[in-house]
Design a protein around this ligand. Sequence first.
Ligand SMILES: O=C(O)CCC(=O)C(=O)O
Length: 269
Amino acid sequence: MINTLNDYVNAVRENGYVVIKDAIAQELVADLLDFANSFEYSEQEREVLTANQQRLNGYGATIYNIPAKKPEVVRHFIRGLCGDILRALLNDKYYRSIPEDLPNYILRSVLLRSSVGAMPYHIDSFIPYPGDYTSVVQTVLFLEESKRDNGCTLLIPRSHLSGAYAPQGDNPMAIALEAEPGDIAIWDSRIWHATLENTAHRSRWALVGTFVRWYIKQGFDYPRAISEEMFNGLDIDEKIVYGFCSYTPTDEFERTELKSGIDHITRPR
Ligand SMILES: O=C(O)CCC(=O)C(=O)O
């Protein structure tokens, strides 16, 4: 039985993944699903996105850069049990200028995706290595049921410890991670994972967050992209996670400290 924070963290360390059942209130899930169902890129935007599409994103329907569209979205992952698990897995214990009860990890990306074709096996840490040091974690909030017939996630338990890139083709060790709306799956991004094909043609929207240690490149330059108005509406933990303590300064007169503390949370000049 998985009960305590340690149980959840150890499950990720040992097996590479864990699921928090019923992690998010159904009203919030419905609100996010509404957004996913009603959002549409313009034809021109779609052309730009397709021209510059990463290979793996071609296997699903994707809405990118959700923080720019719903700034509060990161809160659902960095607070409560999910936030405690992320801190245990990704906080740098030598980052002493931020108190331990706050995150010092940052956001790579949050996107919405629904399965279409079968997504091939891959890792999202980009570097495979063995050992219990996690540097990239995915958090997937399911907005609809995710079953074998509508393209659920496949995972190979313990493969995050293999030190190898994911081989392609059927894997007899794979488990189908079926989930219900409101569940959050958390995995170490070294884990070999894929999705099944959506043969039911029934949508399977999920909010996919990727969080990284403070020194790893972000998916977008949030500190420079976030407006003053949005910045002023964020709490301290959100500002840290968006990268305001650890962004790359332009020169030494902007900042010399790579790991700034909470007294130096500023927008880039
Ligand atoms: O949608 C899923 O279940 C997995 C998504 C995934 O593997 C990814 O975004 O890298």
